[in-house]
Design a protein around this ligand. Structure first.
Ligand code: SAH
Length: 212
């Protein structure tokens, strides 16, 4: 499968199903197709022909994007069985639509238990803003243990940037901000008053230092 443009990727990703019953406690928000396509497009050199994991895969948009750009294999890691079912049907939908077969594995487990040697993690994890404070750190630390290249969306603030910079340094990773994104949080939970709220997100790449 040869994807020739970011737009083409976005169009294919637009056919994926969203969470049918989003769970607030798990901070389930699907990355919009335009944001996901931009992430995949800018990370493509680190995804093509690589072993990749999508942590907190949800309905699978990032991992499917990685497969479309030519990842060798993708591990979809998701704690919620219901979300992983949608993820599986999304993968099958794209396989049928494009008449291709992907190499992938679905792992229904807490990300903390993931232990495979892989090349790259691409993820939009829970940002740890609600019930589980700082869950994003758990995801990033697990990614550092398993991969040398980690792409992630983070909640963007001066404090979080400086925190992640220190964390990267401590674990011998270099941190680069690739893009700033206005992430739309759609009305989906009862207490939300507005149809959409935009939150500042940063698309970040952590790369293991190769020497000294
Ligand atoms: N990555 C998807 C979903 C983002 S929402 C996307 O970009 O569209 C975050 C996802 O992390 C949810 O699907 C949630 O169920 C999952 N999650 C939350 N805690 C988790 C944990 N401890 N281990 C694995 N997945 C988890």
């Amino acid at each position: 499968m040869i994807i020739s443009s970011r737009k083409e990727l976005e169009i294919i990703l637009s056919s994926l199903k969203d969470f049918s019953n989003p769970k607030e406690i798990l901070e389930q928000w699907m990355t919009p197709p335009d944001v996901a396509a931009s992430m995949i497009w800018s990370a493509q050199e680190d995804l093509r022909n690589r072993l990749v994991a999508d942590f907190g895969a949800g309905t699978g948009i990032l991992g499917i994007g990685a497969l479309l750009i030519g990842a060798k294999k993708v591990y979809f890691v998701e704690i919620d069985k219901e979300a992983l079912k949608i993820c599986e049907s999304n993968i099958k939908l794209i396989e049928e639509m494009l008449e291709i077969e992907f190499n992938y594995e679905l792992i229904n487990d807490d990300v903390r238990n993931f232990s495979y040697t892989i090349d790259t993690v691409i993820m939009n994890p829970p940002w740890g803003l609600e019930k589980h404070r700082h869950l994003d750190r758990v995801f990033i630390l697990t990614a550092f243990k398993n991969a040398e290249i980690v792409y992630t969306l983070i909640h963007y603030s001066k404090e979080s940037l400086s925190f992640f910079e220190k964390l990267a340094k401590k674990h011998s990773f270099l941190m680069e901000t690739i893009a700033l994104v206005k992430f739309p949080l759609k009305f989906q939970y009862k207490h939300h008053r507005r149809p959409i709220k935009y939150v500042s997100a940063g698309f970040i790449c952590f790369r293991k230092k190769t020497c000294c």
